[in-house]
Design a protein around this ligand. Structure first.
Ligand SMILES: [Zn+2]
Length: 85
């Protein structure tokens, strides 16, 4: 999160930054500026996670709409429910 190196979601800083800024161990022992960076990073990750959830839901809706649009909703409980609602 400091230098932009891609790291796994379970880590906040890469090994190089950890050594350069003495950020080993728990983030609770980090200096304030590093905690602030972590807060920003955490907020960004949550925002991205919500965006992915929203996309999945939208794709499901698109699938239902396509079935209705192409007349494939006859005897289709999902399509019938969608039209009835
Ligand atoms: Zn780094």
């Amino acid at each position: 999160m400091i230098c932009g190196t891609a790291i796994t979601p379970t880590f906040w800083v890469c090994t190089a930054c950890e050594q350069a800024y003495a950020l080993g161990g728990s983030w609770k022992n980090w200096p304030e500026w590093a905690k602030a960076l972590r807060n920003d990073e955490r907020r960004e990750r949550r925002r991205n996670a919500k965006w992915r959830e929203y996309t999945v839901i939208s794709l499901d809706e698109v699938e239902v709409l396509e079935r209705i649009a192409y007349g494939d909703c006859n005897n289709d409980p999902i399509g019938e429910r969608f039209l009835a609602g």
